[in-house]
Write a protein that binds this ligand. Structure first.
Ligand SMILES: NC(=O)c1ccc[n+]([C@@H]2O[C@H](COP(=O)([O-])OP(=O)(O)OC[C@H]3O[C@@H](n4cnc5c(N)ncnc54)[C@H](O)[C@@H]3O)[C@@H](O)[C@H]2O)c1
Ligand SMILES: O=C(O)C[C@H](O)C(=O)O
Length: 326
């Protein structure tokens, strides 16, 4: 057995966490040989509910759980943390865009960025799930000057998974037949699901679908899937969001499959002409606990316009929270 690692999860009494924590504890995220210590953060009024979640985690008797703590103090929750999943934030309701949450949620991520900086392992891997995820990740990253910006990521894996599932349905395939899905940009309705490099049965995906369907149905449906779920369920996605968080961290920690890649919101180094320093979703491969942007993909005019539109939105979100970016 390996030595236990410390996994901090915020919003631990919320609906995503009610699925996520049990997946982490069962070894789905970091492997069946990796014990975990769960360090759970909630706001003070939710501590009683968190107590109930912890009781249920205990009652699962997960062999990989080496400890569980719950607190309303971010300095305690992030102490020596090796991984942090920042889920705690207000979700949107019907008719809202995710960026409408910026004001309500931004302050959470500046405080948590500072607490991570002061308390966590310097090698911590941070995934921001709370919306608007990319810009919240940017806020946390900028408030953690002692930690490599590469360690702060935002979740676009749910969009990536949605993109694969919808393409598989269209072509009468399964997701196992699909490789190299790419989501560029923001986890928002400007995101760009790109089928020019995606492969179905080893052949380019965009050549296997009608351009009208790609442009008029597929792209908007992937972009608007979160809103469609809110409309249908009366609450935002939870189990599928938790599943994507597990996928994101597992890929980052344990690596991506040979000949495939994943989508991650990461600190832009200027690749593909995107402004440096934005948290932008790129196609990435992962190895030895580190990510690399897939380079050299050809970008046509159709893609370039969409990649720039989502970049533009991220730049506007960044400018709207400039008071929180030291
Ligand atoms: N990136 C994605 O793909 C994706 C997918 C689904 C949901 N989300 C987002 O994830 C967030 C959480 O969604 P949910 O459905 O679990 O919401 P929820 O309201 O059920 O749970 C959020 C929890 O966070 C807690 N919280 C609030 N402020 C906190 C703070 N400062 N510290 C710690 N905990 C805090 C709340 O008390 C609550 O228990 C939302 O912002 C939602 O929009 C993102
Ligand atoms: O759409 C939302 O607000 C929730 C989440 O970001 C999603 O994509 O399901």
């Amino acid at each position: 057995m390996k030595a236990p690692v410390r996994v901090a999860v915020t919003g631990a009494a919320g609906q995503i966490s009610y699925s996520l924590l049990f997946r982490i504890a069962s070894g789905d995220m970091l492997g069946k040989d990796q014990p975990v210590i769960l360090q759970l953060l909630e706001i003070t009024p939710a501590l009683e509910a968190l107590k109930g979640v912890i009781m249920e985690l205990e009652d699962c008797a997960f062999p990989l759980v080496a400890g569980i703590s719950g607190t309303d103090d971010a300095n305690v929750a992030f102490k020596d943390a090796d991984y942090a999943l920042l889920v705690g934030a207000r979700p949107r309701g019907p008719g809202m865009e995710r960026k409408d949450l910026l004001e309500a949620n931004a302050a959470i991520f500046s405080a948590q960025g500072k607490a991570i900086n002061d308390n966590a392992s310097k090698d911590i891997k941070v995934l921001v799930v709370g919306n608007p995820a990319n810009t919240n990740a940017l806020i946390a990253q900028r408030n953690a000057p002692d930690i490599n910006p590469r360690q702060f990521t935002a979740m676009t894996r749910l969009d990536h998974n949605r993109g694969m599932a919808q393409l598989a349905t269209k072509l009468g395939k399964t997701v196992n037949d699909i490789k190299k899905m790419t989501i560029w940009g923001n986890h928002s309705s400007t995101q760009y699901p790109d089928l020019h490099h995606c492969e179905v049965d080893g052949k380019v995906a965009v050549d296997q679908v009608e351009q009208d369907w790609y442009e008029g149905t597929y792209i908007p449906e992937v972009q608007q899937r979160g809103a469609a779920i809110i409309k249908a369920r009366g609450a935002s996605s939870a189990a599928s969001a938790a599943n994507a968080a597990v996928d994101h961290m597992r890929s980052w920690a344990l690596g991506t499959a040979e000949g495939d890649w994943v989508s991650m919101g990461i600190y832009s180094d200027g690749s593909y002409g995107i402004q440096e320093g934005l948290i932008y979703s790129y196609p990435c491969t992962c190895k030895d606990g580190d990510w690399t942007i897939v380079q050299g993909l050809e970008v046509n005019d159709f893609s370039r316009a969409r990649m720039q539109a989502t970049e533009q939105e991220l730049a506007e979100e960044r400018d709207a929270v400039s008071h929180l970016l030291p």
